[in-house]
Design a protein around this ligand. Structure first.
Ligand code: ATP
Length: 490
């Protein structure tokens, strides 16, 4: 079999030669061009496994070649070589369709990694006729889903950072996994990190790892998320929750493609593709000074927006079938009359995760695996639920099982003093005082947080805003008080 053929486009003879030698040593065939004109002629004539072009050429910009190659039917992966410190150029090239970029002075180890990654693209599994990838878990064939699949297929052929936006539970992580699975990185790890769930003090160690003895308790060397995802994809979920000091460190790691473990003296190269996701408006976070503009610019090279379930309601029936088959076994559960219509009429603020929870709960109530409208619990919260004690907006009407269990009222309160106009909260003794103050306060806090979550349909950002605390504080309290939201177990 012929060796893959690479085209190097650079007017600097020394650099061109260095690249040629490196690629030849990797067992590849190499053509080279010193101008755009020469490059165009070669691209016309041959099929390249990778094109590597400098940004500035004597007769034009490498960016022009990026645009032409990306638009052509051949669509070979094309990577750009950018001058040191010109991050903007790299971002512009990635947006124009470049597969990846490499900065001058060219680090040969990084070059080799990039070339191997490009070569693996041709080995990636081919999409099926409907545009879905083999083994895909993504269900739906609505126009919105078809367009999403096509975008995912294109994005999988690049190393550019992607920012996925979409409502809670709309499938952001699933889309990120799909991109990874269809990419040349598929055989390497996909690591998803919930940025809002890591205590601030542990962040650096979690992301970059540490050396033995770096701090008290560091009894062994440990890798961080970057090392764990090396060669693969690192998904930063709820990226808007990253504290500002960590944003600076993350930006550096992304730009330099190197990280330093805590306590280490040298940096190590890492090759990860970053996919970030949030249900917040990151641009707004930038305006509000909560998110660094430079990091936003770096993460947001390509945007992928996931439609909410209510905007692709045609997908509801196949989704219900697939979820029921997964939960009960194929053909074991069916829908009674009117159930699909009831589901179609519902707005699903929690999207597909909420649909999964609704069906799981309904199955628990269903007789002989036949789900009736009444089993869906789409309208009223159960008596005794936190939501039932407080008027909640219509959208928050589903009483999720897990939270309901967690929010079960505390042991029956003793009678409140007769003169007291306010009913005594649960857990108070006959003297109107709690017998265990910390336990009592935890219960009050648990109850209030539960109500805020119910009212906002488990949107942690909104719940935190209602309570005047940060999302981080809310997550921390939820963890401490063992409040489990339905989506935590999905
Ligand atoms: N198109 C789809 N087909 C089948 N299942 C889906 C689809 N989209 C999402 N799901 C399922 O819905 C659930 C939620 O998806 P996912 O975790 O990807 O959402 P998310 O947007 O990342 O959520 P969050 O905003 O809470 O981080 C998962 O169980 C996922 O497998």
């Amino acid at each position: 079999m012929a060796a893959p053929r690479i085209l190097v486009v650079d007017d600097e003879a020394d650099l061109r030669e260095l690249l040629e030698i490196t690629l030849l040593k990797m067992g590849l065939d190499v053509d080279s061009a010193a101008t755009l004109r020469q490059a165009r002629a070669l691209v016309e004539e041959h099929d390249y496994a990778l094109i590597l072009t400098d940004m500035r050429l004597p007769d034009g910009l490498g960016l022009e070649l990026v645009r032409e190659v990306t638009a052509s039917s051949k669509a070979a992966p094309i990577a750009v070589i950018t001058a040191y410190g010109s991050a903007e150029n790299a971002v512009v090239a990635l947006k124009a369709g470049a597969f990846d970029y490499i900065s001058k002075p060219v680090a040969l180890d990084a070059l080799r990694v990039m070339v191997r990654s490009a070569l693996k693209l041709s080995e990636a599994p081919a999409p099926q006729q409907d545009g879905s990838a083999p083994g895909s878990r993504m269900i739906g064939s609505s126009p919105a889903m078809q367009s999403l699949r096509a975008q995912i297929g294109r994005l999988a052929r690049s190393n550019a950072p992607i920012s996925i936006t979409g409502e809670s539970g709309s499938g952001k992580e699933l889309a990120a996994r799909e991109i990874h699975a269809q990419s040349s990185r598929a055989s390497k790890p996909f690591v998803a990190v919930n940025c809002g769930a890591i205590p601030e003090t542990l962040m650096e160690a979690e992301f970059f790892g540490y050396r033995k003895g770096a701090f008290t308790g560091a009894t062994d060397d440990r890798d961080g998320f970057f090392q764990a995802a090396n060669g693969g994809t690192l998904m930063l979920d709820e990226v808007a929750d990253l504290p500002l000091p960590m944003q600076v460190k993350l930006l550096r790691a992304i730009q330099e493609r190197r990280v330093r473990k805590i306590g280490a003296t040298v940096e190590e190269p890492v090759d990860v593709r970053i996919i970030s996701a949030t249900h917040q408006d990151l641009a707004r976070c930038v305006e509000q000074g909560r998110f660094r503009q430079d990091l936003f610019y770096r993460l947001n090279v390509i945007e992928l927006s996931l439609p909410p379930l209510r905007e692709r309601i045609d997908d509801l029936a196949p989704l219900v079938d697939a979820i029921l088959a997964r939960l009960a076994g194929p053909g074991q559960a069916t829908l009674g009359p009117g159930v699909l219509d009831a589901l179609r009429a519902y707005s699903f603020p929690g999207n597909i995760r909420e649909l999964e929870n609704v069906l799981e709960r309904a199955l628990a109530f269903a007789n002989d695996g036949v789900i009736e409208v009444g089993d869906l619990s789409l309208k009223a919260a159960r008596p005794g639920d936190a939501a039932a004690r407080e008027p909640a907006p219509a959208a928050a009407s589903v009483a999720p099982l897990e939270l309901a269990v967690e929010l079960e009222p505390a042991p029956a309160p003793a009678a409140a003093p007769v003169a007291d106009p306010v009913p005594a909260p649960p857990g108070l003794g006959p003297n109107g005082l709690p017998s265990n103050l910390p336990e009592y306060l935890s219960q009050v806090e648990r109850d209030i947080i539960g109500r805020a979550l119910q009212q906002t349909n488990f949107n942690r950002t909104q719940a935190a805003a209602l309570l005047g605390i940060s999302v981080r504080q809310l997550r921390y309290q939820m963890q401490k008080l063992e409040i489990v939201a339905p989506d935590d177990n999905a």
